[in-house]
Write a protein that binds this ligand. Structure first.
Ligand code: ZN
Length: 244
């Protein structure tokens, strides 16, 4: 079984299509999404339709929650808030119902999935340090958990030989054979923030006990132009070129 994991897509259809082409080429059997299908970009309907059509297992992100009124907009900066309001207005009732029905976490045979943290997913906290990761590592039902939310790929892990100590790695090929538990942030498909403008995605092979964070080019110009012509804040287009 080979998994393909989609990080925060954020209504960026070109990036999503490029990643799905890579999944096809890599022989992915099952697709997971760590949430934030919508928000920021100009193609929320198209991204929801495509994610549903491929039968992905999806959890709810904070932007998904905000679009259906489950999260107060005061938690968002002005640009994010404008994008949430724009997105809510363009989605139809059925699409909003689908977003509202997404679970906050999912436990699968080989891993679990959340958006920000696993232990208190409804708070949408960020894991940005080893101590941020500890409550999720303690609470996980499976040894491996995929998350997103920060848009920066990183793995926080405890090794078999030293399970009391939480470490982190920025390795893009992650050897899980000596790992007791790991939270893997897969980065973002549609709005990377690690100064690499390419779409990020993760491949996970539990049989090989390995995961890989990979990148693929997509049509940034097209997505940026769609954002500008939709009247969304211009910064949401500009940042795509820089990966910030
Ligand atoms: Zn996000």
């Amino acid at each position: 079984m080979k998994y393909g994991v989609l990080g925060d897509i954020h209504s960026n259809l070109s990036a999503l299509e490029s990643v799905l082409e890579r999944f096809e080429a890599e022989g992915v059997d099952r697709i997971l999404s760590v949430g934030d299908i919508v928000g920021y970009g100009a193609q929320p309907k198209e991204c929801i339709r495509l994610v549903r059509s491929i039968g992905a297992t999806v959890v709810k992100g904070n932007h998904d929650a905000a679009c259906v009124g489950e999260l107060e907009l005061r938690y968002f900066n002005a640009h994010a808030r404008a994008a949430v309001e724009w997105t809510t207005a363009v989605l139809d009732e059925e699409e909003l119902r689908w977003l509202a029905g997404l679970p906050l976490t999912v436990d699968l045979e080989d891993c679990c999935v959340g958006h920000g943290t696993y232990h208190r997913p409804e708070l949408f906290d960020y894991i940005q340090s080893t101590s941020d990761a500890d409550p999720s590592l303690d609470a996980m039902w499976k040894p491996i958990c995929f998350v997103g939310h920060t848009h920066v790929p990183v793995t926080l892990l405890r090794l078999e030989e030293d399970p009391a100590h939480t470490a982190y790695t920025l390795d893009t090929e992650i050897d899980l054979s000596e790992v007791r538990r790991a939270v893997i942030n897969v980065g973002s498909v549609g709005q990377p923030r690690d100064e690499d403008a390419r779409a990020a995605y993760c491949i996970y092979d539990p049989g090989e006990r390995r995961a890989w964070i990979r990148r693929v080019e997509y049509d940034v110009e097209r997505e940026a132009e769609l954002i500008r012509s939709a009247g969304l804040p211009r910064i949401l287009a500009d940042r795509l070129y820089l990966g910030i």
